[in-house]
Design a binder for this molecule. Structure first.
Ligand code: FAD
Length: 515
């Protein structure tokens, strides 16, 4: 298959980019692929909303910029923070034009508040903002004739000089598993865009859906693309302790914004002990405080007490949380919600410039798989959807210029080699290795790290890597083996980068750095 632009990932970043590029130039052939169905993305599960300055009477760009820089703990790129926040308003206006509905109150946008924000500025659609955005973007992207969509197509590797036996430091498309054909096909493209999202599933407790296995990061790592800040993994403080359909369910920060308090297993309020902002301190502080209380009282969870929020407001603003809690026997507002922190968001990733270009020519990265400099060492709540919108626009403008001045495609892209067979024994072994990896990352590379734990994790992960390589060399490459290959590579890189961080900042906390 041949395309002008190959977009890998159908979340807010991949779809927005595709729409934007098609609007700029309807002659560009765009191929958009997703690993599962087009709807199944991290974007779909976003609850809280999008942070953007809209009430200029009370709020200002400066306040949003200051909040973002403060959360980022000195690691943000100030120029990027400045343009993302300022360009955000225009991008939101487009999203609304394309059909997204945000909640209003008296005909004005209803603005919520989340941790680390000094003003109410979060646009939301009940507690299902991501689902609303994802649905409206899908409707829009399907209206373009020059965008071809392939669901159930899994990126395996980027096509680079290594495959074409050239020397241009360039990406020429990707090798992709087609579920329907049960084979690995090549998609050659002038430009390739990674919008594959995060890698929460390298941890055993994650708010991310199962698609988030860091595939774009893994492929970029193998292609020697420059990556940064992987250890800046944000743990969401409040995931529901009970699993729903075997999945971790998030209790949005907006619930604390609406007045809910955290209590330890003895029923005591504790947040003010850790930070004067209490429940509305940034996520890293709240997550560490919760972990500390759980450790000190040897409890499996702490409680979120939402009794100050009236039942009618639970139902109006948080209908999904209300019904999901009810499904596991928690009646709101009278019952407290047992919660635990869970891996949530990768602040780092593929390093890109102000237009989303990576260190490999013709390869762009947008959304959660990228590291733009906006989040620094900690993402401010609800800034990631905004970042995706702004960078998708910038990347689309840049790619449209590149395509008009560059017509060459790689001709000598070889087909994928190595069709072998898959045995049920292999699948069993894969599952064991995946669980061991996740447990190691959770226990030794989680919210609190220690030098010794990182070293132990390095050895365990290296051993898992060797076993995965053995499976890879012996067997037909399946989607799950490809995912495991990415998860283990990313975990290893994350640990190696973590060992080098000697000063705690943002979400990163190594207990030995404090000694
Ligand atoms: C529960 C939850 C709540 C959140 N709430 C908020 C919020 O309120 N506000 C906010 O700003 N952010 C929030 N976030 C973060 C935000 O949702 C994500 O950072 C953002 O949606 C990422 O968008 P994306 O386009 O980069 O990737 P995603 O939306 O994750 O999309 C990734 C896409 O890549 C595809 N893909 C992955 N691997 C492959 C492969 N190998 N081959 C082909 N395709 C592949 C997937 O199929 C999918 O289509 C939340 C995240 C979660 C998990």
């Amino acid at each position: 298959m041949v395309s002008d632009v190959l977009v890998i990932g159908s979340g807010i970043s991949g779809i927005t980019f595709s729409i934007k590029l098609a609007l700029i130039n309807s002659n560009i052939k765009i191929t958009l692929i997703s690993k599962s169905n087009i709807m199944e993305t991290n974007t779909r599960y976003a609850q809280g909303g999008i942070a953007v300055v809209s009430n200029f009477k009370k709020d200002s760009f400066k306040k949003h910029i200051d909040d973002t820089l403060k959360a980022g703990a000195g690691e943000c790129n100030k120029k990027v923070v400045d343009f993302v926040i300022k360009e955000g308003s225009e991008r939101i206006r487009e999203l609304i034009l394309w059909g997204t509905k945000f909640d209003t109150n008296n005909n004005k946008l209803d603005l919520a508040r989340e941790g680390g924000h000094s003003e109410n500025r979060i646009l939301h659609h009940k507690d299902q903002t991501g689902e609303e955005i994802q649905k409206k973007l899908i409707e829009k992207v399907k209206s373009f004739k020059n965008i071809e969509i392939f669901e159930n197509h899994t990126l395996v590797d980027l096509i680079t000089d290594h495959h074409t036996k050239t020397n241009h430091n360039k990406c020429y498309g990707a090798y992709v598993i087609s579920k329907e054909k049960e084979e690995i096909i090549k998609i050659a493209a002038k430009v390739t865009v990674l919008s594959t999202g995060g890698a929460g599933n390298i941890y055993s407790h994650s708010t991310n859906p199962s698609i988030a296995t860091g595939d774009g990061l893994g492929a970029a790592y193998r292609a020697k693309v420059f990556m940064e800040n992987l250890p800046f993994v944000q743990f969401h403080p409040t995931a529901l302790y009970h699993k729903i359909n075997d999945k971790t369910f998030l209790i949005s920060e907006a619930v604390r914004g609406a007045g809910a308090f955290l209590r330890n297993s003895k029923g005591e309020l504790f947040m003010k002990k850790y930070d004067s902002r209490g429940e509305l301190a940034p996520r890293d502080i709240v997550a560490r405080a919760i972990q500390m209380e759980m450790h000190n009282l040897n409890s499996k969870y702490v409680y979120l007490d939402g009794s100050s929020i009236e039942r009618k407001n639970w139902k109006k603003y948080f209908p999904k949380i209300y019904s999901n809690c009810l499904s596991v026997g928690i009646k709101l507002p009278s019952d407290m919600i047992p919660i635990v922190p869970a891996a949530h968001y990768f602040c780092g990733g593929i390093k890109v410039n102000e237009n989303g270009e990576s260190s490999l020519n013709s390869l762009y990265a947008i959304g959660e798989c990228s590291s733009t400099g906006l989040h620094g060492a900690n993402r401010l709540a609800s800034n990631s959807l905004l970042e995706s919108l702004v960078f998708s626009h910038r990347a689309a403008v840049d790619v449209s210029k590149f395509i008009s001045s560059n017509n060459s495609l790689a001709f000598n892209v070889p087909s994928w080699k190595g069709e072998k067979f898959v045995s049920s024994e292999i699948i069993k072994e894969e599952n064991i290795l995946r669980k061991e990896l996740q447990k190691t990352m959770n226990n030794k590379v989680g919210i609190f790290k220690f030098n010794g734990g990182l070293n132990e994790a390095e050895n365990i992960v290296l051993n898992i890597y060797n076993q995965v390589t053995r499976l890879y060399n012996k067997n037909k490459l399946t989607q799950s083996l490809s995912e495991l290959r990415n998860m283990v590579s990313i975990s290893y890189l994350l640990i190696k980068q973590a060992q080098k961080i000697k000063i705690n900042k943002g979400v990163f906390y190594n207990v030995d750095n404090e000694k």
